[in-house]
Design a protein around this ligand. Structure first.
Ligand code: GDP
Ligand code: MG
Length: 282
C-alpha cells in the first residue's frame, strides 16, 4: 500500500490543471487558454487497490504584483513542502527549466514535458538533448490534452511514494466542498468571456445554497467593471451564468437555479484581509 502527496508545479499555462483532470478522470480544476487561471491549490485524489495519490494542482509560478498573487505564490511553497514527490511541468517551448524552478526541491522530482502534440519527434529529441536529465528522477514527454504517455506517470510515481494507508476515503476525488467548484465554474466562464484585466479583477462567492437554489456574488474591483460584467441589457452575464450552470449541473448531477449579483470590492486584490476573506490565503 502506497499513499502520498504529489505537487504539480510550473509556469502559468503549461497544462498543470489539464494533467490533474486527466489523472483523476474528472474536471475538478478549471482550464482556460489564459495564464493564472488556477488561484488555489486544488487536491485531486486518485485511489486504486488501496494505493492513493493526492495530487496538488498549484497556481503557475511568476513574480507576484499584489496581495492575491503573493497568496498564490505562497500556495506553491506550501504545496511543495507538503509533498512526497514533485512533478515539474514545462511546455516544450520553454527555453530554460531553471527559470521555472531555480532550486530543485530535495524530494523525488519528475520532469514532465507537455504539449508534445504540437511538435515533431525530431524537434522533441533536440529539446531532450539540451536538458540535464541527471537532475530528475524521471522524465516524461506527454500531451496532457490528448493523453499521450500520461498513463505512465502514476505507476512510476508509486515507486517513489511511502508505504501507508489511504488518507481519504476511496470515493473522494477532492477535499473541496461543492461551493468551491461552483465558484470556480463561474470564474471559468468569466475568464472565457471577458478580456484584459476584467477576469483577473473578479472573485466569485457562493453566498447561500439551499433547495437547489444558489446565490452567487461576483466581486469586481471598480465601479466601471460592474457594467462591463453585466453587459448591455444583462446579456453578457446571462450567457456566463447559463454556460456555468451547465457545467455545475453536470458536476453536481442535479439541476440548480442560480441567481447572481455583481458588487464592487474596491481594489480587493491589494488588500491582504480581503484576499484572505475570499479564500486565497490558506
Ligand atoms: N496543445 C496542447 N494544449 C494543451 C495541453 N495541455 C494543456 N493545454 C492547453 O493549455 C492551456 C492551459 O492549460 P491549463 O491546464 O489551464 O494550464 P495551467 O495554467 O498550467 O494549469 C489550455 O488552453 C489547455 O487546453 C497539451 O498537451 N497540448
Ligand atoms: Mg491551472
Amino acid at each position: 500500500m502506497k499513499a502520498g502527496y504529489v505537487s504539480i508545479v510550473g509556469k502559468p499555462n503549461v497544462g498543470k490543471s489539464t494533467l490533474l483532470n486527466r489523472l483523476i478522470g474528472s474536471n475538478i480544476s478549471i482550464i482556460t487558454p489564459k495564464p493564472q487561471t488556477t488561484r488555489n491549490r486544488i487536491l485531486g485524489i486518485w485511489t486504486e487497490e488501496n494505493n492513493q495519490i493526492i495530487f496538488i494542482d498549484t497556481p503557475g509560478k511568476f513574480k507576484p504584483g499584489n496581495e492575491m498573487e503573493s497568496a498564490m505564490q505562497q500556495q506553491i511553497k506550501t504545496s511543495i513542502n507538503d509533498s512526497d514527490a514533485i512533478m515539474l511541468m514545462i511546455d516544450h517551448r520553454e527555453s530554460s527549466i531553471t527559470d521555472s524552478f531555480p532550486s530543485r526541491p530535495k524530494k523525488p522530482t519528475f520532469l514532465i514535458i507537455n504539449k508534445i502534440d504540437l511538435i515533431s519527434e525530431k524537434d522533441l529529441d533536440k529539446i531532450i538533448e539540451n536538458i540535464d536529465l541527471q537532475s530528475f528522477d524521471k522524465v516524461f514527454t506527454i500531451s496532457a490534452l490528448r493523453g499521450d504517455n500520461a498513463d505512465k506517470i502514476i505507476p512510476s510515481l508509486l515507486d517513489y511514494l511511502p508505504e501507508g494507508e489511504p488518507l481519504y476515503p476511496e470515493d473522494f476525488i477532492s477535499d473541496r466542498p461543492e461551493r468551491f467548484f461552483i465558484e470556480e465554474f463561474v470564474r471559468e466562464r468569466i475568464l472565457y468571456e471577458y478580456s484584459q484585466e476584467i477576469p483577473y479583477s473578479v472573485a466569485v462567492k457562493v453566498e447561500n445554497m439551499e433547495n437547489g437554489r444558489i446565490d452567487i456574488k461576483i466581486f469586481v474591483e471598480k465601479e466601471s467593471q460592474k457594467g462591463i460584467i453585466i453587459g448591455k441589457g444583462g446579456e453578457k452575464l446571462k450567457k456566463v451564468v447559463s454556460e456555468a450552470r451547465k457545467n455545475i449541473e453536470n458536476f453536481l448531477g442535479r439541476p440548480v437555479y442560480m441567481s447572481t449579483w455583481v458588487a464592487v470590492k474596491k481594489n480587493w486584490r491589494k488588500e491582504k484581509e480581503e484576499v484572505k476573506r475570499l479564500g486565497y490565503y490558506e
